[in-house]
Design a protein around this ligand. Structure first.
Ligand code: CP
Length: 349
């Protein structure tokens, strides 16, 4: 089952096609309809943009929607470790939960953030991979521990919308935040920009590197697509000539699961908040952030409300990019079922 787990699983030409389709949909093109087919949305974490844009995309495509939340009166707590002795809080295993949901819907979208307790579990992306293994239908990643591919596809679309040249400089900057945050967005932004062939600079303080495996993948994507990836703590050098400043906070890998150590490490870094002085060092750069964003913590009002910010268009493109993505996923399922109908499995005599 193909699904959509990580943007870089798609060839660059396919991403380009989806982004073009997203921009056509944004301009008013009519989406294909898949009446009678169903999309499931299962959220283990809060959401504004992802929830609203997937619901709206489902409506545009004529899909039935099954929307579920975890916690409170939502779905049962789900265990994802094989061989677990389930005498704790989780009432159901992903093997059953995924297989059952796969009988109700044709495509299942999952949001399951990193817990930032166990680096091993988060690095394995254990919960969404449990669904990918056991659902029997394509899984769309609405942000997992490692990746946020729908955000990355929308961001690619946004770069196209603003005619940002393919070789332009994108600075992915760490920002201070009161809490340690997952790596899915910075990982996906880094790899998306590398796959576009951009000059990507990761600007971060000491102790806030992204994982070696993600950096290695980004270097390989950049090499294959004519771009580059570098890492620095030198703000002025990083921002010089930048066309895009993409801000995001992320947790320290060295203090994963140790919130007190992480808080002490972050305490002297409050000045990592994007303000006008940062933007003035760039080549009239656009400011991007996936949202939600904490004003005057991650980025100052003057930037969000100033001429640099494109965050609202960026968020709007979640709808168009996901409509294009789901259209492509359901069209692919339709083609497969037509092939099966033409070539039925012969009955045994
Ligand atoms: N960017 C993003 O995924 O927003 P939500 O968490 O509100 O869905």
């Amino acid at each position: 089952m193909k699904g959509f787990y990580h943007l870089a699983e798609l060839p660059t030409a396919e991403i380009e096609k989806l982004a073009v389709r997203a921009l056509h949909l944004r301009a008013g093109a009519t989406p294909k309809r898949f009446d009678g087919k169903a999309l499931g949305l299962l959220f283990f974490n809060p959401s504004l943009r992802t929830q609203a844009s997937f619901q709206r995309a489902a409506g545009k495509l004529g899909l039935d929607l099954v929307q579920l939340q975890s916690g409170g009166n939502g779905v049962w707590g789900i265990e994802c470790e094989d061989g677990a002795l389930m005498d704790g809080g989780n009432a159901e295993h992903v093997r059953e939960a995924a297989a059952v949901l796969g009988r109700f819907v044709d495509v299942l979208a999952i949001r399951a953030f990193a817990g930032i307790q166990s680096l091993d579990r988060d690095s394995r992306d254990a919960l969404i991979n449990g669904f990918r293994k056991h659902a029997g239908v394509p899984i769309v990643n609405m942000e997992s521990a490692l990746w946020h591919p729908c955000q990355a596809l929308a961001d690619w679309t946004t770069l196209d919308l603003f005619d940002v040249p393919r070789r332009a400089k994108l600075v992915l900057t760490w920002a201070w935040h009161p809490k340690p945050l997952p790596h899915a967005v910075p990982n996906s932004t880094l790899c998306m920009a590398a796959q576009r062939g951009m000059e990507v600079v990761v600007l971060r303080p000491h102790g806030y590197d992204l994982s070696d495996s993600v950096m290695n993948e980004a270097h390989a994507l950049a090499a294959a697509n004519g771009g580059s990836v570098s890492v620095t703590e030198d703000r002025a050098r990083a921002l010089e000539g930048a066309s895009i400043v993409y801000a995001k906070s992320w947790a320290s890998l060295g203090a994963w699961g140790k919130p007190e150590l992480e808080a002490a490490q972050r305490a002297p870094l409050r000045e990592w908040c994007v303000d006008a002085s940062w933007m003035k060092l760039t080549d009239r750069a656009r400011f991007m952030h996936c949202l939600p964003v904490r004003r005057n913590v991650v980025v100052r009002d003057e930037v969000l409300d100033g001429p640099w910010s494109i965050v609202i268009d960026q968020a709007e493109n979640r709808l168009h990019a996901q409509t294009a993505l789901l259209e492509s996923q359901f069209a692919s399922l339709e083609r497969k079922s037509q092939v099966r109908a033409k070539n039925p499995v012969p009955l045994e005599p």
